[in-house]
Structure formats: C-alpha cells, structure tokens
Design a protein around this ligand. Structure first.
Ligand code: FAD
Length: 495
C-alpha cells in the first residue's frame, strides 16, 4: 500500500499541526521525515547554535511521534533524494507539509519539491499554520484573513498513528558529527514542544503579570517577556496556540480585573496580544519579498543613504567593544545567551545603521547568528525598519546614553557584562570616559587601556545619521517607492 509522507520543516510539534493531522486522517500509512541540507550549514545567516537547537527540538519531536506509534526519518542531503528513495520503496501517494516563509533558498527548495511531486504523480498538499497569507497582493484585507486563521479552533493532537511495517526511526546526528561547534549558551532554554508549553504557562500563570512595565529593560525583560521566540522559530508551538491560551487567560482576568490575583494582567495581556499580531505582520513582508536579506524594501532610499563598510567600526560594534558601556553590555549579553529584549535589539541595529553608518546587510547577518530565535521574516523586517530603509516607518535612531540611563540607571547590567567597569561608580558608569585620570586610577579602569574610548562621538554621529536619513527619504524616487511599499507591506492601522 502506498504511503503518505509528512515533511517536517520548521513545525517540530505534533499539536496544532494541520499537515500531520490531515495525513493521519487518510487511509494510507504515514511516514514522517526531516531533511537537513548541507548547504544550510554554510549560510552566512546560520549559526551552529541554530542547528544544535533544531536538532534538539527534532529529537523531542521524534520521541513524541514514537510515543503514538510513529517514527521519524532524518536525512542529511537534498529532500528530493529522500523522497525518491521513499517513493521507490513504498510509493508515495501524498506529500503533506506546513507552509514555510523563508529566504530565497527555501523557496527554491520548495519549488523543486513541488516539481518533483508533479513529475512523480504525488499529490503535494501544503497547509497554512499561522496568519501569513500566500499570494496576498495588497495589505488591505490581510487582517481579516489573519484573524480568521488565528481564531480558528486548534487542530486536534493525534493520539495514534499507523506507519508502514519496517519503517523505524533512524538516528539524528549530533552537532559535532556535523562538524559544527556551537558557542555554549548561558541558560539555554530546554528544547521541544513540551518545554514550549511549559514556558507559555509559566508566562501566563506568573511571569507575564508585569510584561507591559518590564519588557523594555534587558534586566527585567529576561523574566517578564514570554521567551517563546526560540520555540516559535522551530515551530515547537504555534502563534495560534499562544493566542488561544492567552485569550483564555484574558477571559478569566476579565471576570474580576481589580482583584489582587488579577492585578497588572489586563494591560500586560493586551500588550502581549499586539506583539503576537506583529509576528505574522512582519513575516508577511518576507512572504512577498524573499530577498530581504540583500535588497531593501525601498531600494531607492537605501541607495541614497550610501552607507559604507568600515571594518574597525563593525568589529567594535559586533564584539561589544564600542566604548559605550550599555551598548557593549547588551551585545555581550546577547552573544552569551542568544536572547535580548526587543528594545535592545532595536538599539543594537539602529546604532549600527544611524550612528556608525554601517550597511544593514552585514550587521543584520551578525545579529541573525547571535539570536537563538532567528526568524528570517521578523528579523529582516526589523533590520529594515531599524535602519530606515522601508520609507514607510518613522526614523528612530536610539540614543545609547538615553537607553543606558532609562533601562539600567544603577549600572547593574553594565557591571554584569562589562567587568572592566566593575569598580566604576554610578556617576560615571554610563560615560566612563568622563572620569578624571585620578578617578580612572582609583577604579582600575584606564580608558584607552582597560576599556576603549567611544568609537565615535555618539551625539554628533547620531545627529548626522538622522539628518542624512531625512534627506534620503525625501528624494522623489524614495517617496514614490514608499507608496508602493505601503500598499504591499504597510500596517492598515495607521496611515
Ligand atoms: C533588529 C531586530 C531583530 C529581530 N529579530 C528577531 C528574530 O530573528 N526572531 C524573532 O522571533 N524576533 C525578532 N525580533 C523581534 C523581537 O525582539 C523578539 O520577537 C522578542 O524579543 C522575542 O522575545 P520573546 O519571545 O520573549 O518576546 P515577547 O515580547 O514575549 O513576544 C512574544 C512573541 O511576539 C512576537 N513579537 C514580539 N515582538 C515582536 C516584534 N517587534 N516584531 C515581530 N514579532 C514580535 C514574537 O514572535 C515573540 O516571540 C527582532 C527585533 C529587532 C529589533
């Protein structure tokens, strides 16, 4: 008897998985596969931490499938090779998968699979599993489509599956067998679907109460943000599941919002829901422009900006040795943990683009490799926005000095991640270069020796970056393109 194949990609879960559930509803035995392309390991936006996380989440998926009577075949190579072999062994009737929005390489891969299916008489069935709409065109009606998808009932979790006899799981290689050595991450989350659900409920039951107030600081954000992003990036959980359980909590809170038990929750959950909507809003941009890692949404504007590569600035920026304590603390903490909160991500990118005038393509790649939760659709959309190359978003160049004073007034975060400044007093922690020679001696922190001088004069460089950006944005070609960018990508809330 022919089989149905479920091709897992970035949907490493058995719950709320339309492709898996539909395959199991059919009459054919089901074969589950995962394929890792060797060329992915060498991509500039991929880091060993991503592959290691993916393999660990995959092992968890394999256990879940085996627990319900299924198995998982891992293949290192091209997916059509794997399909060809399975087709020769069993005969494939249907190939099921969930839609993935990725960069050009993943589109090319998916097209080659579709072509293989059509020439081998295999029915290729792709399911949407979030609010991103294929072949959308204008944004005018996107919210309606997105809401209909997200408000739909969760797909049932399968409890049993039938696989062909003699089709057992094979071994998933370790990261070192693939020749990769990921940097060890401090407090890396636990992988897999079950861990994702635990993290969601620890947020909805406890951690999320102060989300609204605490999300902007890298200190409080560590606990108060949901920390679901790495799970979303490998599809261990869906946006629909998160929205669904958050609504359930909102309903509970609404009964008595002023009770002690519910204090803080109303505003935090509202803010959280709007971030969840942004998830699909930004991935929708990549759905329409798969080259966002190289070409700006507004190429004319990007051209007029004429940003230049400067290796010295790039090196200080990427390693956290700019001489701006709070910036360096954020970059070093990100490298060590694989996560930082939204406000600080925006600052890291905006300082690169406005203050240091570096090309966003290169700095965007560095950040992609730093984030454990790298999600191309959100990432490149945000890199464009924080670099002012869309033409439809306001120019927002973050001041490191302001963020430092607002988010780390006592300098605790700085001292944790920049030990060179351990003994510097609160008075100078944000701008240690203002210490007198005597004060530098007293704190064992000689500027230029123990800790660098600021790479540029932040105030002047940022001001110049902003002014150049306004000038490029006002050019007729940039403005003309902005209208088209708005039509396809603009949020319809605000014109
Ligand atoms: C330059 C830059 C690059 C970024 N790159 C990524 C990336 O590669 N992967 C990624 O998941 N997020 C990225 N973000 C968005 C955001 O910073 C992270 O989603 C968030 O910090 C993840 O932590 P969390 O899950 O605790 O978020 P929470 O605040 O708890 O939010 C829950 C979820 O909502 C979504 N969300 C939250 N904020 C945003 C946002 N601004 N835009 C879109 N979706 C959002 C995410 O899916 C997130 O997991 C980037 C932001 C910037 C400024």
């Amino acid at each position: 008897m022919a089989v149905s194949v479920v091709w897992f990609k970035r949907d490493l879960r058995i719950s709320d998985n339309p492709a898996l559930t539909e395959a199991l509803e059919g009459s054919n035995p089901v074969v589950c596969i995962f394929n890792l392309e060797p060329e992915r390991l060498a991509r500039d936006d991929v880091d060993a931490i991503h592959i290691e996380w993916e393999l660990d989440c995959l092992s968890a998926l394999k256990s879940s499938l085996e627990a319900i009577g299924g198995s998982l075949e891992f293949h290192f190579g091209q997916v059509v090779e794997q399909l060809t072999r399975l087709h020769e062994t069993f005969g494939i009737a249907h190939l099921y998968c969930n839609e993935e929005t990725g960069l050009l390489w993943s589109w090319e891969r998916d097209k080659s699979v579709a072509a293989w299916c059509s020439s081998n008489d295999v029915q290729f069935i792709e399911h949407p599993s979030n609010g991103v709409v294929r072949r959308l065109g204008s944004r005018d009606r996107w919210k309606q489509y997105r809401d209909a998808r997200i408000n739909a009932e969760l797909v049932n979790t399968p409890v049993a599956m039938v696989k062909p006899t003699k089709f057992e799981s094979n071994r998933i290689p370790t990261i070192s067998e693939l020749g990769m050595r990921p940097r060890p991450l401090h407090e890396r989350p636990l992988p897999g679907e079950k861990a994702a659900i635990d993290v969601l409920f620890s947020f909805l039951d406890e951690r999320g109460r102060t989300y609204r107030k605490d999300m902007s600081s890298p200190i409080t954000g560590w606990n108060a943000c949901s920390r679901l992003s790495p799970y979303l990036s490998t599809g261990c959980i869906t946006i629909r599941q998160i929205v669904h359980y958050t609504r359930r909590k909102q309903k509970k809170v609404k009964v008595n919002p002023r009770s002690k038990e519910n204090l803080g929750w109303t505003s935090s959950l509202t803010s959280f829901q709007s971030r969840l909507a942004w998830h699909c809003h930004f991935i929708q941009r990549l759905e329409a422009e798969a080259t966002m890692d190289t070409i700006a949404l507004n190429p004319e504007l990007d051209h007029h900006l004429e940003r230049e590569m400067n290796e010295e600035r790039y090196s200080a920026w990427s390693q956290g040795t700019t001489g701006w304590p709070f910036f360096d603390a954020c970059m070093r903490s990100l490298i060590a943990t694989g996560w930082i909160n939204f406000r600080m991500r925006a600052m890291l990118q905006s300082v690169a683009s406005y203050t240091l005038w570096l090309p966003w393509q290169r700095t965007g790649l560095h950040l992609a490799r730093c984030f454990l939760d790298y999600e191309p659709g959100i990432h490149w959309s945000q890199v464009h926005m924080q670099s002012g190359v869309t033409g439809i978003n306001s120019i927002r160049a973050y001041s490191v000095r302001k963020q430092s004073i607002d988010q780390d007034p006592e300098g605790d975060f700085i001292r944790t991640w920049v030990p060179e400044l351990q003994n510097v007093t609160n008075e100078h922690i944000h701008e240690p270069w203002l210490m007198s020679d005597e004060q530098q001696d007293e704190t064992s922190c000689i500027i230029g020796k123990d800790y660098p001088h600021p790479i540029v004069d932040e105030k002047a460089a940022r001001k110049e970056g902003i002014s150049r950006s306004y000038s490029a944005k006002s050019k007729p070609e940039s403005r003309e393109r902005s209208l088209r960018v708005y039509d396809v990508h603009g949020s319809r809330k605000r014109r």
